[in-house]
Design a protein. Structure first.
Length: 94
């Protein structure tokens, strides 16, 4: 039997990192491939704060990176995402 990629049937909690400081600028979750989500973020949309930030990095020739924080069951996605957001806010992330 073929082995499934690690994100099938699971959720991925991730952080986007500021390319100049390495600081966490965003915590999100995806039920799909985290690299696909990164591509979507990098395309940017001026409609959201993170989208505007991504567009400004792109204009400056900077590349935002994605760090996987945790993989969890889909049923745990919102609770675990909230945990990581809270953790980074307490640590001083924006």
């Amino acid at each position: 039997m073929r082995e499934l990629p690690p994100f099938i049937g699971r959720c991925c909690i991730y952080a986007l990192l500021d390319p100049t400081t390495g600081a966490v600028i965003y915590v999100g979750a995806t039920k799909g491939n985290p690299q696909g989500r990164l591509v979507a973020h990098r395309s940017g949309s001026a409609k959201t704060p993170i989208g505007r930030r991504m567009l400004s990095y792109k204009a400056a020739g900077l590349v935002v990176e994605l760090r996987v924080l945790e993989r969890c069951a889909k049923a745990e996605q919102y609770r675990r995402e909230a945990h990581w957001i809270s953790l980074h806010l307490r640590a001083g992330s924006e």
